[in-house]
Design a protein around this ligand. Structure first.
Ligand code: NAD
Length: 360
């Protein structure tokens, strides 16, 4: 199959779908790989490494002319002209939040396979997990940075020093983001408390951290009590398919310490803090009631070298299956089949259909 890897053109997006190593894996299996010139530069993958791996460097039109286009972000309006019947598009699509793209994919007859709906039998979302791992680990790092006085924070060092107590980190939600945030905070020597509604998850975290994390059942009074003590709060809750619940209300905010920091990773689902709004890497924070709010909705974009590798590690086996077998790959693998969102002008993902009141 001919596989195209275009350069990502969303603002400040430096990831690329495949590293030179991934390209080599595809070429070794007999596929032709067309990489747009400069596609990997932002992730530290120069053109000459792709050439050495067996790719042909091409312009954007040629990359999109391939049988299969392997990308990171959903196509933006400028790219709609490349959508067509017979094209296999493998990328994040997030269609439930993007009616114009849904319409463009359906009108063109493109086969759209979305990373975010590929789902294993145990319910795990293997192509979302690596970005949650990155965002979770970054959340603590960003929180530590914005606690510094010159960055607007209270001037507390997460780990403290001998004779001076460490900071109190409170993590709301103990899923992929939450456990990764907690792991980093423990590593830096902070006091860490994690709240979740899922008791099984609290048992697991209590077991694996051997008492280094205090686990608390997530209820309104418990959240109220712990945010008061927090230097850094990390919002990491998810109710699949729904808007995040506002666990920290405006009145709770008023009880927090001056200069404390909230990193609300769940901001992409509306956020779990009443006063959070989406921000960008250019201007990541703002202050409400003396509390620094961080609401960047695409945190992994700031560390494209790590994010490209982490995402590519997980997407490559599926990309190889699609390249080897075309749409038949979906018949062989139920998890990948759940990734199919659009096919021959029809919507094939019920969750997207529900978002638009359309049959799927
Ligand atoms: P996950 O499903 O692995 O974990 C969510 C956890 O929240 C679960 O353990 C669940 O039990 C818990 N939860 C649900 N309701 C709760 C409540 N009321 N109180 C406490 N805990 C509760 O999800 P995840 O992969 O960790 O993702 C978390 C959020 O981070 C999602 O909204 C995801 O989209 C977002 N995210 C954002 C970025 C970014 O750049 N901002 C990057 C990756 C993920």
């Amino acid at each position: 199959m001919i596989i195209g890897i275009p350069k990502e053109i969303k603002t400040l997006e430096n990831r690329v779908a495949a590293t030179p190593g991934a390209v080599e894996s595809l070429v070794r299996r007999g596929h032709t790989v067309l990489v747009e010139t400069g596609a990997g530069v932002g992730s530290g993958c120069p053109d000459e490494d792709y050439v050495a791996a067996g790719a042909q460097m091409v312009d954007v039109d040629k990359a999109w002319s391939a049988d299969m286009v392997y990308k990171v972000k959903e196509p933006i309006a400028k790219e709609y002209k490349y959508l067509r019947e017979g094209l296999l598009l493998f990328t994040y699509l997030h269609l439930a939040a993007d009616k114009p793209l849904t319409d463009a994919l359906l009108a063109s007859g493109t086969t759209g396979i979305a990373y975010e709906t590929v789902q294993l039998p145990n319910g795990a979302l293997p192509l979302l997990t690596p970005m949650s791992e990155v965002a979770g680990r970054m959340a603590t790092q960003e929180g530590a940075k914005f606690l510094e006085k010159p960055m607007g924070g209270s001037g507390v060092l997460l780990g403290g020093v001998p004779g001076v107590p460490p900071a109190q980190v409170v993590v709301l939600g103990g899923g992929v983001v939450g456990i990764n945030a907690a792991k980093m905070a423990v590593g830096l020597g902070a006091n860490v408390t994690l709240l979740d509604v899922n008791h099984g998850r609290l048992q697991y975290i209590d077991d694996v951290f051997g008492g280094r994390i205090t686990t608390i059942t997530s209820t309104e009074p418990n959240i109220r009590e712990w945010v008061k003590k927090a230097d850094l709060v990390i919002g990491a809750v998810l109710i699949p398919g729904a808007k995040a619940p506002h666990l920290i209300t405006r009145d709770m905010l008023k009880t927090m310490k001056e200069g404390s920091v909230i990193v609300d990773v769940a901001v992409d689902q509306g956020g779990c803090v009443e006063t959070i709004k989406a921000t960008t890497h250019d201007q990541p924070t703002y202050v409400v009631d003396g509390v620094v709010h961080y609401g960047v909705a695409n945190m992994p974009g700031a560390v494209p070298r790590t994010s490209t590798l982490a995402l590519g590690n997980q997407t490559l086996p599926y990309a190889i299956a699609i390249a080897n077998h075309g749409v038949d790959a979906l018949r062989k693998d139920r998890a990948l089949a759940l990734g199919l969102n659009t096919y021959k002008g029809k919507l094939t993902c019920p969750a997207v259909g529900a978002a638009f009141g359309m049959a799927a």
